[in-house]
Design a protein around this ligand. Structure first.
Ligand SMILES: [Zn+2]
Length: 180
């Protein structure tokens, strides 16, 4: 096989197989589309967010410039706090007990996988404890306001009444949890 031909194949694969390659290593992501897993178990409300870094930051490589580093640090801080973009209805009396944010982009050490396959996610997880979990009815999401590049939120919910799915599109804000 000539070098030129091989290079040609490689170029085709870079453009066509890019998503497939990323999918084999992690779930494929589509820029602008965010997934949210919401689970209610007793008094505990858990929310997992998975977003393409592009939809939150506008880039998916590790921060290089001072401005990018600052944007990444601000994003971590912002996501860890959950409020004001993730608010259970007040009647449920939920309090955020734990918020975590992870991304290959935030790792300083080894070369980022993010840079190898060209895509990177940001994962955030939240645990709320609710004093009136039976009153949980909605989650107010401020994600579209906070992140202009976000277009759609695919939601999976699991709770005492089984599972449900929902799709929120800009500018929807209110996620209705399955009725109990
Ligand atoms: Zn991407």
């Amino acid at each position: 096989m000539s070098t030129r031909y091989r290079r040609g194949l490689w170029a085709v694969c870079l453009s066509l197989c890019g998503l497939g390659g990323a999918a084999a290593q992690q779930k494929a992501h589509v820029h602008g589309v965010v997934t949210l897993d919401v689970a209610v178990d007793g008094p505990t409300l858990s929310v997992q967010l998975e977003a393409p870094a592009d939809s939150l930051l506008g880039f998916e490589h590790r921060p290089r410039t001072a401005a990018q580093k600052q944007a990444a640090a601000q994003l971590q801080q912002r996501l860890r706090e959950a409020a004001p973009w993730l608010r259970p209805n007040a009647e449920a009396a939920c309090q955020l007990r734990e918020g975590t944010v992870e991304s290959a982009l935030f790792d300083e050490g080894a070369p980022g996988k993010a840079e190898e396959d060209g895509h990177a996610d940001v994962d955030a997880g939240y645990r709320f404890e609710c004093r009136q979990p039976q009153a949980l009815a909605t989650l107010e999401l401020g994600l579209f306001e906070a992140f202009p590049r976000m277009q759609r939120i695919e939601v999976q919910m699991a709770g005492p009444k089984g599972q449900a799915k929902a799709t929120l599109r800009r500018p929807d804000k209110t996620l209705r949890l399955p009725a109990r």
